[in-house]
Ligand binder design. Structure first.
Ligand code: HEC
Length: 193
């Protein structure tokens, strides 16, 4: 037996609407997905990046900013301000003569010499990853380069080194690499066409 019995038709409709509204208020409309609770990165689409592609992504990214100091074409950069600190532009990477291992270490640990090259690896300057054979405790703070936060993973550091080796220590920026860097349609690459 319906409790709405005896109600006029419009009233019955109102009651029904009221019940729906009450339910809607109590229950979320759609079941909550896992993403609503956790910071789950979206599933990758397409094939995974090659080391060269990952290296380009890191080099030009605003979380690593290699490009700002070393230039997109590897020609070196202008002095700039990072986190309120005056930093010199990076030296050219074109034609660089350096071993892979030495490049990985300079990017992981950073280097304070004539200019400031920030370090990028979380474990750098600890017993897990020595810098120049030392931990932070063995080198006065003023002699240590600043560390860049957020940090890079070691596979990202290796990938950016692969990019430097392949492009700047290789033929330099050309149409093929420029299109990988800026996208195939980029007018920035017209100079190579
Ligand atoms: C704030 C500016 C700055 C940023 C950002 C920066 N660099 Fe540097 N980098 C420098 C400077 C300055 C040097 C030279 C340090 C010195 O005086 O020895 C250098 C040195 C280097 C060297 C060694 C070059 C040589 O001739 O010995 C490599 C390789 C390098 N950077 C790669 C990178 C990569 C890859 C990134 C991004 C992950 C990066 N740098 C980000 C400024 C920067």
């Amino acid at each position: 037996m319906s409790c709405a019995k005896g109600l006029t038709k419009p009233r019955r409709v109102l009651l029904a609407l009221g019940l729906v509204a009450a339910f809607a208020a109590l229950m979320p409309l759609a079941p909550l997905a896992q993403e609503d609770f956790m910071d789950v990165p979206p599933a990758p689409t397409g094939p995974p990046l090659t080391p060269l592609e990952l290296g380009i992504k890191v080099y030009k990214s605003d979380f690593a900013n290699c490009e700002l100091c070393h230039g997109w074409s590897g020609g070196g950069g202008l002095p700039l301000m990072v986190d309120g600190m005056d930093m010199d532009g990076g030296p050219p990477l074109v034609g660089l003569k350096m071993t892979r291992e030495a490049m990985i270490e300079v990017i992981a640990c950073g280097r304070l010499n004539k200019g400031v090259m920030p370090g990028y690896f979380d474990d750098a300057w600890t017993a897990k990853y020595l810098c120049g054979g030392k931990t932070a405790a063995q080198v006065p703070a003023v002699e240590r380069p600043p560390m860049f936060d957020p940090f890079l993973y070691m596979d990202e550091i290796e990938a950016v080194v692969t990019f430097i080796e392949t492009v700047y220590m290789g033929p330099g920026m050309n149409l093929e690499y420029c299109m990988m860097y800026f996208g195939p349609e980029s007018r920035g690459c017209d100079r190579f066409r």
